[in-house]
Design a protein around this ligand. Structure first.
Ligand code: HEM
Length: 385
């Protein structure tokens, strides 16, 4: 029984490692589908669709505790509900789900469209602009902050915290820890203000009045939910919009098809989510010794479910490395599929769809003005043509 199948040179799924990651995923799926990486205190990496699917379903063996983030998001506190196993997880999820009903999403769509139009109007007449900082990032920040009850005037602060917590953590843990502390302080102040001055409708009001087993949520629970919403609600959708525009800037045929036939955009958005997933992997911790494909993994070891690799598994998807904007069947992992399946998936996909519709309506033809990586939420300089 093998214990040491190695991923190519200390496999990582963050930062510059993502530049050419899809070739690496291909090798891993073929040669070492249960691979070992020495990054982040060592972890296993599952890259085949069926293995990821099975692990996502088996939460008893693949626990999210202490955290599904690898490495952590600058805090040792559990993020709620993402870092909690059932049955407690189910209770927290019930508190959040009413804020993501189809009616809520329809109302948020109106706001998303209005925001997208305002952002595009600001860009009118500019020949070259950064579509990331001027469009992909502010759109979900405005829409989700209003929905959650985070003051939108603090958006510049949110942006810098997201950069430090999500992006700096792989380079400098201290930076992400300091930023996470600031975010917790910020939400401590915001929650006490909202207790003094209640409003209705938004998620913060919802969690302040929520009951689990007849009791209110305590301060730690409220803060751990706010922190998770903050890191989950803004950056992922911004990545989705930015990476879709990155692709379209280099795919004139698909760009024209979508500009001329916007009804195709929701299906295309699913394909962009599959091909350029904002969350390339999430981790679990094994609750017991587990054998997979002849490899023994031990209780307590960490396992990355590499969604980005499963999303291009040739056993599951035909022509997996090609963007097919009208791909009819697309059971991708961009939002996960198990008990922790993304609560914001319908909001995220609606923001992405509206974001692309409004962008293409205002600027049907554009190209990359400067080389830019496909991943992340860094600058994306586009030139109108
Ligand atoms: C394109 C945008 C988004 C992507 C790609 C995305 C992706 C993900 C992924 C991969 C997970 C973990 C699934 C798992 O490990 O099984 C997740 C969980 C979650 N996401 Fe999203 N997400 C997006 C947008 C959002 C938005 C807008 C929100 C708004 C609040 C949100 C809230 C959450 C929450 C609360 C969870 C935890 C669910 C649970 O533990 O039960 N996400 N998301």
């Amino acid at each position: 029984m093998t214990r040491e199948p190695r991923a190519p040179s200390g496999f990582d799924f963050h930062g510059e490692s993502l530049d050419d990651i899809f070739a690496v995923y291909g090798e891993m799926r073929r040669d070492c589908p249960v691979a070992r990486s020495d990054r982040y205190g060592e972890f296993w990496a599952l890259t085949r669709y069926d293995d990821i699917h099975a692990a996502e379903r088996d939460w008893q063996t693949y626990s999210v505790q202490p955290t599904m983030l690898l490495p952590a998001f600058g805090t040792d506190r559990p993020m709620i509900p993402i870092d909690i196993d059932p049955p407690r997880h189910t209770e927290y999820r019930k508190v959040l789900l009413p804020h993501f009903t189809p009616e809520r999403i329809d109302r948020l769509e109106v706001r998303a469209r209005q925001t997208a139009r305002e952002l595009m109007a600001d860009l009118a007449g500019e020949e070259v602009f950064d579509a990331s900082s001027r469009y992909a990032r502010p759109l979900p920040t405005v829409v989700f902050s209003e929905h959650a009850g985070f003051p939108t005037e603090d958006a510049p602060l949110f942006d810098s915290w997201v950069d430090q917590i999500i992006y700096a953590r792989t380079e400098n843990e201290l930076v992400s820890r300091a930023a996470a502390d600031e975010v917790y302080d910020y939400f401590r102040r915001l929650l006490s203000k909202r207790r003094r001055e209640p409003t209705d409708e938004d998620i913060i009001s919802g969690i302040l009045s929520a009951r689990i087993d007849g009791r209110s949520l305590d301060d730690d629970e409220l803060l751990d939910i706010c922190f998770l919403l903050f890191v989950a609600g803004l950056e992922t959708t911004a990545w989705g919009i930015r990476s879709s525009l990155w692709y379209l800037s280099q795919a004139p045929h698909d760009r024209r098809r979508l500009a001329e036939n916007p009804a195709l955009i929701p299906t295309a958005a699913e394909e962009f989510l599959r091909m350029l997933s904002p969350v390339q992997a999430m981790a679990r911790t094994l609750t017991k010794d587990t054998e997979l494909r002849g490899v023994t993994m031990r209780a307590g070891e960490r396992v990355a479910l590499v969604f980005g690799a499963g999303n291009r598994d040739p056993e599951k998807f035909e022509d997996p490395d090609t963007v097919l904007i009208d791909r009819a069947v697309n059971p991708h992992f961009a939002f996960g599929i198990g008990v922790h399946r993304c609560i914001g998936s319908n909001l995220g996909r609606r923001e992405l769809t509206v974001g692309l519709e409004e962008f293409l309506a205002a600027v049907p033809d554009f190209e990359l003005a400067e080389p830019a990586p496909w991943h992340g939420i860094g600058p994306l300089m586009l030139r109108v043509i």
